[in-house]
Each structure stands twice: as C-alpha cells, then as structure tokens.
Design a protein around this ligand. Structure first.
Ligand code: AMP
Ligand code: GLY
Length: 419
C-alpha cells in the first residue's frame, strides 16, 4: 500500500513511524512533513491547507490512502478534495470536522444525541457574558468558539479574567463564545475510529495540557502523555463507546454528514459520571505517540478500513503489554511566544536509549543542522514493561537532548506510575 500523510507534527511522525513498521506499506509520502518524517518518507512541499493541491499530489503519486493528521486541513475540507478525486482518505469531511471546528456545533450534536457533557451557553453578545458566567458560578469555563489549538479555553476562578477572555473572543470577526459548567475530575482521551457507521475504540491515554509541573501555568497543545491508565475505572471504554461514540456517529449519519476518521473523545471522569469535555476530529497530539507505541496490529489496514467504511470487517485490534510515556520538549517561550532557530543536539543519543524513539514536531534543517522551528519541538517517547520503566526511559532520552532555553514537564505519568 502506498500512503500519503498530511501534516507536520510529532503526531504525524508517530503515524508515519507506525506505518513504516507495517509490512503491507510499500511507499510512504508526507506533505509537507518535518525532518524526522523525512527519514522515513518522501517529503513534498505542498500547502497542507490546499485541498486541490493535496488531491493532485495524491493522484500524481498514485497512493492508495491519504491520512490527514491535523484539524486545520480537515476543517478546510482537504479530505473532501481527496475523496472527490476518488482516493480513500482517513479523516472526516469538512462538515464532520465541525465537531472540532465549532464548539457550539459540537454541543448541538451532543444535545441531539443525548451525549453527557457540560451544560453550555453560547454567547454572541458581550452584554450577555456576565449573566452566563453568573449562571454557572466559579470556577468559570470560557471557550472561544473556533479552532484555537487548545489555547482558546480559559478556566479560572477570577471573574474579571473570565470576562476579559470572553470579550476578547467576541471581538474577533464572527466571534462567539461558549460559557459552560465546570467539570471536576481527571481527564482521559479516548480515540474512537469511525467509518460513518461503525466504531472501533483505541486504548485510553492521558494528556498533560498545562505548561508546568503540577498542572500549573497556561494551557498548551499538550506537554506529555501516557497509556495505559492504571487508575481508570473498569468498563470506561465500553461506556464511552455506547454513550458517546455510537450516538454521535448515528446523529452525524442522520444529518446526512456521516463521520469517518477519529472521533477524539476528551472526557472528564466527574463525580457525576463521564462527561465529554470536547470532541476533536483527529488524533490527539501527544496522546497518539503513546497509543500507537502500544498498538500491535499493523496500522495501514486499520486506517484504510476507516476510510473505506469496512471497520466492521476488521479483526479485533491487538495491543502490546508495554506501557508508553511521551515527554514534549518545548522551546523557550512556549506557549506564549516560542523562540525558533536554536540548534538541537543529542537526538541520536536519545534514540539510542533502549525503548526510546524521538519524534519530531517543530524542527527544521538549516545549513545542514537541526534547529527548533516551533513551540513543541520534540516528543520523546518510550515504552517499557510498566509506566515506571517507560517513564524512566523517556526522561533518560530527554536528558540527552540539548536545546537552549527549552522546557519540559518533569511529572509526566509520575502519579500514574506510582499508582
Ligand atoms: P478544550 O479545548 O475544550 O479541550 O479545553 C482545554 C482544556 O480546558 C481541557 O482539557 C480542560 O483541562 C479544560 N476544560 C475545558 N472545559 C472544561 C470544563 N467544562 N470544566 C473544567 N475544565 C475544562
Ligand atoms: N492533546 C490535545 C490535543 O491534541 O488537542
């Protein structure tokens, strides 16, 4: 099978790496990719948001499958363009991607499908913000309606900060803001593969969204992840499949916009039960790095089954007994104002640590040297016999990398490993 992967991050590097280990894969291409992906796939400098250009590249290469990694191309309709060219594509239509692209739309679908989530109020007029905040009380949860790479959400007990964020969101063109009930309890990410009709869950993972240890600091795209979750209740996956994924997929089909690709269920395990915090329409980053490190079934056939509506024919997925941990190395200033262009050293040394593989995100090659080129720079991933072993290996890898001014969390999977 020849495959084209669209995207530039560590998630796409993880996808390409998993596909490269699948014996049925005969050629791998990426658009535009990154230097780490370039070691495993042929890179093509195509704008990932340009649907016709991606479709033309896929046609020219004669690929059997296109895998779209990030949300922005999906929301821009890149999967539609590829599908229209007659090529199977892993990823939802632009309409399906609205489950991620508009929080207000996601809430509407959840309400129609009876999916448990935080009660929302969608506000489009600044005069209504204060009343919405006071209806729920502190802590306040205020979300920008559109795509914001995990950075459009403010959770705070400071009413003035909540008001200011809501007003800033409303000031944008067509701005709308979602104010909602605060969900207590730990968060879990569960990726559910969909093909318009059927669903197949992967294994749960936990992400660390805040920039600093102890869940302090600003929200980020994600600073690390681990899987499995030794503390998660039995039956969690089955419950999410029955109460969240199946009703959502059924509702999307009923609307005439069947959903295929990954339904990323961001969940809170609250004192009142499981609630959806958010939907995303693609694999999570960095959770994908740990989930794919544990998947034993070759990946290509699984993604193709989602793309071609044949998930029901897929044999049950097989998983390794290993645990996996990934630690994100971020550049100085991330998330507020990441610095680029610093030399990165030690990636090969880190890769040489048993069980470790380093995945690239914001990297570039300038004059033959590897340098930082974004906020999240590397995702140092390790497997081990248990979470403690995987964690030790991942941090041994991180210790071998040098990047001026970089920061990473030192508590990824710490509590779970001690569980
Ligand atoms: P989102 O972009 O919707 O995933 O939100 C980003 C992060 O904000 C989530 O991962 C949570 O940590 C936090 N968050 C979002 N919604 C809520 C909520 N209703 N209650 C508590 N925390 C939330
Ligand atoms: N890890 C969070 C995200 O991918 O949105």
């Amino acid at each position: 099978m020849k495959i084209l992967v669209v995207g530039t991050g560590a998630r796409e590097h993880a996808l390409v790496r998993a596909l490269s280990l699948d014996p049925s894969v005969t050629a791998l291409h990426a658009a535009p990719g990154n230097p780490g992906i370039g070691a495993l796939a042929t890179l093509h400098p195509v704008d990932q948001l340009d649907g016709p250009a991606v479709a033309a590249l896929a046609t020219e290469l004669g690929v059997d499958l296109v895998v779209v990694g990030p949300e922005a191309p999906l929301v821009a309709g890149v999967a539609d363009a590829v599908r229209a060219a007659g090529i199977p594509v892993f990823g939802p239509s632009g309409e399906g991607a609205r489950l991620e692209g508009s929080k207000a739309f996601a809430k509407e679908v959840m309400a129609a499908a009876g999916v448990p989530t935080a009660e929302p109020r969608v506000v489009t007029d600044a005069a209504d913000v204060a009343a919405a905040l006071d209806a729920f009380g502190a802590p306040y949860v205020v979300k920008e309606d559109g795509l914001a790479a995990g950075k459009g959400v403010v959770v705070t007990s400071d009413r003035a900060e909540a008001l200011a964020h809501a007003e800033a969101c409303l000031a944008k063109e067509g701005g709308a803001v979602v104010v909602e009930e605060y969900l207590d309890g730990p968060e879990v990410s569960l990726f559910v593969l969909c093909d318009g009709t059927d669903v197949v869950p992967l294994v749960p993972a936990q992400d660390f969204k805040r920039a600093h240890d102890g869940d302090e600091g600003p929200n980020t795209g994600g600073m690390g992840a681990y899987s499995p979750l030794p503390w998660a209740p039995d039956g969690l996956v089955e419950e999410v499949v029955e109460r969240v994924a199946k009703p959502t997929v059924a509702e999307m089909a009923r609307r005439g916009t069947p959903f295929s690709g990954v339904l990323y269920c961001g969940l809170a395990l609250t004192s009142k039960g499981v609630r959806v915090v958010e939907f995303n329409a693609r694999f999570g980053d960095p959770e994908t790095q740990v989930v794919l490190a544990r998947l034993a079934t070759p990946l290509a056939g699984v993604l193709l089954a989602s793309a071609t509506g044949t998930l029901a024919d897929l044999p049950p997925l097989e998983w390794r007994d290993d645990a996996a941990v990934t630690v994100v190395v971020a550049s100085e200033g991330y998330p507020a104002s990441p610095r680029s262009g610093d030399p990165i050293e030690g990636v090969d040394d880190a890769d040489a640590v048993p069980g470790v593989h380093v995945l690239h995100a914001g990297t570039a090659i300038v004059d033959g040297a590897l340098v930082s080129a974004g906020g999240r720079v590397l995702s140092v991933t390790a497997t081990g016999t248990d979470l403690a072993a995987a964690r030790t290996a991942a941090y041994a890898g991180v210790d071998r990398i040098s990047l001026a001014g970089s920061h990473h969390r030192s508590d990824i999977a710490a509590a779970a490993a001690a569980h």
